[in-house]
Ligand binder design. Structure first.
Ligand SMILES: [Zn+2]
Length: 167
């Protein structure tokens, strides 16, 4: 599928083969985040419908579509904006990658995955985060979050009007 391949290459700032994906339905307007805090490290994995990142889910053809792919990648590279962790924890971005799922043959939908790793000097001060995802991609209406931290395991849905999450 040469078209699919060109989408993957254009979309990737650091293309990797996906390893695993959260088990949930592909639903436009809804993104998912799994975040874990262990020691000084914060690992976050966003699962994002292509529709909300790009406005389409086929291989980019026009210049406008190619520009949309590049713009989405640039926005996702701003890890510290997408995930604003408690400032007192003094977290810095250790890694940020952007990849796509391997679509099934004939699939009409594409998910994108953004993975971030932060290193925090004062992890005891990590109380939560505010996401900039809704500003970066306004067609997203909901972010379903699962967190695993020293405070325990939690789930909560965030929206543009309620983008704050407490661990
Ligand atoms: Zn879709």
């Amino acid at each position: 599928m040469p078209c699919r391949r060109s989408l993957l290459v254009l979309a990737a700032c650091c293309l990797q083969m996906p390893t695993s994906f959260a088990q949930h339905a592909h639903e436009h307007g809804v993104a998912h985040l799994q975040i874990a805090v262990e020691g000084h490290t914060v690992e976050a994995s966003f699962d994002l419908p292509g529709h909300d990142l790009l406005g389409f889910e086929h291989a980019p053809v026009s210049d406008a579509e190619k520009a949309a792919v590049a713009a989405a990648g640039e926005r996702l590279k701003q890890a510290a904006e997408i995930l604003r962790l408690s400032p007192a924890a003094q977290c810095t971005v250790a890694d940020a990658t952007f990849e796509t799922e391997t679509p099934e043959a004939g699939a009409e939908h594409v998910d994108f995955v953004a993975r971030y790793r932060f290193s925090c000097a004062e992890p005891a001060a990590l109380a939560g985060f505010t996401t900039g995802l809704f500003k970066a991609f306004p067609s997203l209406g909901e972010l379903a979050v699962q967190s695993q931290t020293p405070q325990g395991v939690r789930e909560q849905e965030l929206t543009a009007s309620q983008p704050e999450y407490r661990f």
